[in-house]
Design a protein around this ligand. Sequence first.
Ligand code: AMP
Length: 428
Amino acid sequence: MSSPTLRAVKGMNDILPDEVGRWQHLEQAFRGWFERLGFREVRTPQVEPTSLFVRSIGEATDVVEKEMYSFRHHDEELTLRPEGTAGAARAYIEHQVKEKSPVSRWYYLGPMFRGERPARGRYRQFHQAGCEVYGDPGPVVDAELIDALVGFLQSVGLQGIEVALSSLGGPGARARYRDALVEYFRPHAASLSEDSLRRLETNPLRILDSKDPGDQALVAGAPSIQEQLDGEDRAHFEQLRRHLDALGTPYQIDPRLVRGLDYYTRTLFEIRGNGGELGAQNAVCGGGRYDRMIEELGGRPTPCIGFALGMERLLLATPAVSMPTAPLVFLAPLGERAQSECLLLARELRSRGVEARVEGRGQKLKAVLARASDARASHCVILGEGELDRGLVALKDLRAQSQQELPRAQLVEHLCSQLHLPLPEPRH
Ligand code: AMP
């Protein structure tokens, strides 16, 4: 009996070498942009104790209730990270980073895992690039971050950028808003979806996030959090708005903005785009303040703000860029002695910045030349027994369709000057 065909897990994608160039370009652009704002990379594990996500993201959220890849290993309850903020916060606390410096700026890049229903732009393994600022209550840093994000997204070619902005206030506002929502939704309990009915008791804010069309109709008339903000929350939000206005960074206030994670306080934002093949999943980035998380996870009180952007969505939405590549040279050895010599020559060429490919499988010269042309190589070095005995090599210029013989010892210099490559560093 033949074994079943093996396939990647649904919603988890291979990124083949042809596509990786675009990823690397975007990753480098992200690193460069945010390092200029003082962010430094952190790398945390992809697996964390399940309790970390339950405590930070919140028990009554879709992510924790339905989407986590959790498993027991020996006697540990573990989860593949569904997002990056919780793990970074754990590391921040565990390594007592606050003791060394009152403010830290970290960024991360990497895969996240959520068991969502796969669609274009929504996957079960996806990649996020995110930033976290620890120890700064804002609102100056909030404006700086949102403005920097918009600048970054413009720089990589995202079109139709829209920033949705809100403030969720502090714990007081949250509690008052919760009561206001329960009061509003309770008379409509019979028309709520099963999930929302349950959340009416456990976490009414999550009803605002519901994807059920019946719930959404009710949500449209729900009270706004803005009415519940206290004086300090309001002043924080208004200052943030003034900074954004001064920067000329456009935003729309969206008083019903809720995001799928429970940890946000005060500033909350989402950035959408409309370019390329993005389609319905047009949120490319989400973020906000989470001033209480570090304390709730056992650290010292530390105000924080962060965001995460979805790399797949950004790639869907932005145009392909042509990446600069190293010049390419093929080497065609004809016979075994020539093979070793070509390996040596290739090593020298690579040390000078050339991509050199030794065709060592014993094919006919014609086949090697055809492959070299297909690969858009500039030259092919041909080395047969005769050339070897005379200390020569044949060099075919594939662009000019010309061929010449030259001394072996001159080959590398000759090629490098043809390819306009710099002279080697002088040895000391
Ligand atoms: P979140 O961590 O839920 O705040 O999401 C931040 C960003 O990550 C979103 O705006 C999306 O761009 C991206 N994202 C979230 N979930 C997924 C997913 N399942 N597939 C692809 N991208 C996602």
